[in-house]
Design a protein around this ligand. Structure first.
Ligand code: SAM
Length: 263
């Protein structure tokens, strides 16, 4: 997977590319990150990337020319290969695990990081193939958002997580489940490690039993229970088996008998 990141702050990415998962993925050859300084695609003496907004108002707006030039250069380099050009924007579609799984099927992704008041709308309308938001809040720049997209997509690529790690059981992971065209998973089950007794707070007995089937059932039940309490909306799009439905029935009945507060 190649990520081309168009930014005015290439140095911003130094830390995340020198630590953790992205670094490991790059060293192992699963991921390549190419930082493209937007100012390299300007053609004036001051290498200016922004200008005042038409119609007045505060702040500056990224001009279209350098961004168009940057993306056109990348397209020319890849000799006609088709790849998504994503404008990071609070107005884009929300980055969910399902969107990350969709992006992980690509072999190359261009990420455009805006700044200031944002990016000239002609980029969104005529150049970008997609707009992605990492959440319903406004950051000062797209660099953090680009880093988040790269991290969530990279960890889904085959071979990036070691044998000891797996994203299949993680919260929101669809594990190939698709209901009504929507792909979602439930929340993860609770995890514990040594010591088994920490200040009198004990790990559930079943996890110490060595009985793999009982442990599997307990984990499924706790994952369903957490999802039911915290994110009942997710249950609408998860493929439930008979065991799951029995567990949810029990939870509903217990709630009717002694109403439980949802978290
Ligand atoms: N004026 C814009 C608005 O209200 O929609 C906000 C511009 S923001 C201050 C500057 C840049 O940060 C955006 O162009 C975008 O690249 C990035 N950005 C801010 N919030 C974001 C979010 N939630 N997800 C992705 N990118 C974001």
């Amino acid at each position: 997977m190649v990520f081309d990141v168009i930014t005015i702050f290439p140095d911003f990415f130094r830390s995340i590319l020198e630590h953790g998962l992205l670094k490991r993925a790059m060293v192992a050859g699963h991921v390549e990150v190419r930082l493209r300084d937007l100012r390299d695609f300007t053609n004036d003496r001051h290498r200016s990337v922004d200008d005042r907004p038409f119609g007045g108002g505060p702040g500056m707006v990224f001009k279209p020319e350098p961004i168009f030039r940057a993306v056109e250069t990348l397209k020319a380099e890849s000799r006609g290969a088709n790849f998504p050009v994503i404008l990071l924007s609070p107005q884009g579609r929300l980055l969910t695990q399902a969107v990350a799984e969709e992006l992980a099927r690509e072999s190359r992704i261009v990420l455009i990081s805006g700044r200031y008041e944002g990016v000239d709308e002609r980029v969104a309308e005529n150049l970008a193939s997609d707009e992605v938001s990492i959440g319903e809040y406004v950051l000062s720049g797209g660099e953090l958002a680009a880093a988040v997209v790269m991290e969530v997509v990279a960890r889904l690529l085959p071979g990036v997580l070691g044998n000891e790690e797996s994203c299949e059981q993680e919260s929101f992971s669809s594990c190939g489940q698709s209901v009504g065209g929507r792909k979602h998973g439930m929340l993860d089950f609770p995890h514990y490690t040594r010591p088994a007794d920490f200040r009198g707070l004990c790990v559930p007995e079943v996890l110490l039993s060595g009985d793999h089937e009982k442990i599997r059932q307990w984990r499924r039940k706790r994952a369903l229970e957490k999802t039911w309490r915290r994110r009942p909306d997710l249950l609408q799009s998860i493929e439930l088996n008979d065991e799951d439905r029995r567990i949810l029935d029990q939870l509903q009945r217990a709630a009717c008998e002694a109403p439980i507060q949802r978290d």
